[in-house]
Design a protein around this ligand. Structure first.
Ligand SMILES: Nc1ncnc2c1ncn2[C@@H]1O[C@H](COP(=O)(O)OP(=O)(O)O)[C@@H](O)[C@H]1O
Ligand SMILES: [Mg+2]
Length: 210
C-alpha cells in the first residue's frame, strides 16, 4: 500500500524457483514495478511477506540488507548510466563500491564487457553509443558482480523490436549460466520469443500464470 489506501498489489502470491527465468506482465499501473521494488527491498510490504532464498526481507539487519543487495542485479528501462564516465568506468563502478580489489574488479569488468560484445566500446561515453549498446552497458553493470538474481524493469522499453529480441537472448544466456531472472514487460511478442513462464498482473491482482 502506498500512502493512504492506494493498494498497488493485493493478494499477490507467487513462487519463483532458483535458476528460473520468469516474466511479469500486465498493463501500465498493474503493479509490476512495485513488485520489483519489493524484491529490491526499496519498498516494504504493508501486509504479507517477501521471501528470497529462504529469508524474509523485512527481517534483515542493515548489514544483511546490504549483503542481499550485493547479490542482486537490476536493469532499468532508462539505463541510468553516468554520462561523464566511460563504458568501462560505468561498469567498474559496481565492484569498486562493493570493495573488490582493483585486479579482481578489472578482470570481471573486462570479462563481462567482452561477453556482451562491448570490448571495442570500453572507452566510449554513454551518449556516443546507440540505444542497444547503452542497454548492454546497463546489463553489464548489473552482471559484473555475478548476482544470483537479476531483476529487469521494462529493459527493452526504449529499444526497437530487433534489439529487444537481442537483449532477451542475452537474458536467456545469463539465465543459462545459473542466474535467476525476472523481467517485467508489457510486450507479449517478447514473451512469446523467449517462451517462459509469465505472471500476469492487472490492477494489482495476479490474473494467471501461463
Ligand atoms: N511511490 C508511489 N506512491 C503512490 N502510488 C504509487 C507509487 N508507485 C506506484 N504507485 C501506484 O501503484 C500502482 C502500480 O504502479 P506500478 O507498480 O508502477 O505499475 P507498473 O510498473 O505495472 O506500471 C499504480 O496505481 C501507481 O500509480
Ligand atoms: Mg513499471
Amino acid at each position: 500500500m502506498y500512502g493512504r489506501g492506494i493498494y498497488a498489489l493485493r493478494d499477490v502470491s507467487l513462487v519463483v524457483e532458483k535458476g528460473e527465468f520468469v516474466f511479469l506482465t500486465g498493463p501500465s499501473g498493474a503493479g509490476k514495478s512495485t513488485l520489483l521494488r519489493l524484491l529490491l527491498r526499496q519498498e516494504m510490504p504493508s501486509d504479507g511477506k517477501v521471501i528470497v532464498a529462504g529469508r524474509d526481507l523485512a527481517r534483515l539487519s542493515p548489514g544483511q540488507a546490504q549483503a542481499y543487495r550485493r547479490n542482486l542485479g537490476f536493469v532499468f528501462q532508462d539505463f541510468k548510466l553516468i554520462p561523464t564516465k566511460t563504458v568501462l568506468e560505468n561498469v567498474a563502478l559496481v565492484p569498486r563500491v562493493l570493495g573488490a580489489t582493483s585486479v579482481q574488479q578489472q578482470r570481471r569488468t573486462y570479462q563481462v564487457l567482452k561477453w556482451l560484445g562491448l570490448q571495442h566500446r570500453m572507452n566510449a561515453y554513454p551518449l556516443e553509443l546507440s540505444g542497444g549498446e547503452q542497454q548492454r552497458v546497463a546489463i553489464a553493470r548489473a552482471l559484473v558482480n555475478e548476482p544470483a538474481l537479476v531483476l529487469a524493469d521494462e529493459p527493452t522499453g526504449n529499444l526497437d523490436p530487433d534489439l529487444s529480441l537481442e537483449i532477451m537472448d542475452l537474458f536467456r544466456d545469463i539465465n543459462a549460466r545459473g542466474t535467476t531472472v525476472l523481467v517485467a514487460t508489457h510486450d507479449r511478442e517478447l514473451m512469446r520469443h523467449v517462451g517462459r513462464r509469465a505472471f500476469s498482473l492487472d490492477h494489482g491482482r495476479l490474473m494467471e500464470s501461463a
